[in-house]
Design a protein around this ligand. Sequence first.
Ligand code: O7M
Length: 221
Amino acid sequence: MIRKSTGLILAFDVEWDVKRSVTFLSSISDLVDAVKIGWYQLLNIGPQGIKELIRSVNKYFLADFKLGDVSHINEYVIKKAHELGINGVIMHAVTGGENLVTPVNIARELGVDVYLLISMSSGGELYDKSLDYNILLGMDLGVSGFVVPATKPSIIRQVRSVVGGKYQLLSPGVGAQGGKPGCAIASGADFEIVGRSIINSESPRETAINIVRAIKNPSDC
Ligand code: O7M
């Protein structure tokens, strides 16, 4: 599970090398509870770069490779991610129970958390039609939590009301996609995932401080 302090997860979607990435993350490390990495890092710095990044920054690293394949491929990615030092992975519910059960069990044995994506910040209409099914699927599998969009607060509320307090809800779509900082957590999420608003800001640290403030004192949600 991600240890909660500020409630902010950085979506680190950047094309930077390891050195620049470490410098940036060190400058806001105290303000974020986890760093979400994914295709940007894999395609730009590669697996060895990711390993180096994780070794250099003392933070929870969440791998978002949008895992939604058949079981043995999911398993392979989780094992490889674990070797790189990844703490948690995001999996897509749409792949279905049969493709999720063994990978989730393997992740558990390795100490890697699985967060199940069950709704999307844009589109994802098929997900929203099967929300109840996917919530129960995740609970049956024993995942650590769910990805639920900041742009759809009613879905956050619905998921929270079904899962109770045992599961962590991670909410993307804050800032650039329209979600107001603080409002996803006010609706029942545990963490808000923010990328471009911080990364493209003239003063990323100041922007992150303002988001953390909004999380503590949400208004106009
Ligand atoms: O704050 P942004 O819009 O720059 O970035 C949002 C991040 O959240 C980006 O890394 C996306 O991949 C991710 N995301 C969504 O934007 N929408 C979703 O529905 C799901 C995710 C996500 O994190 O999936 C795990």
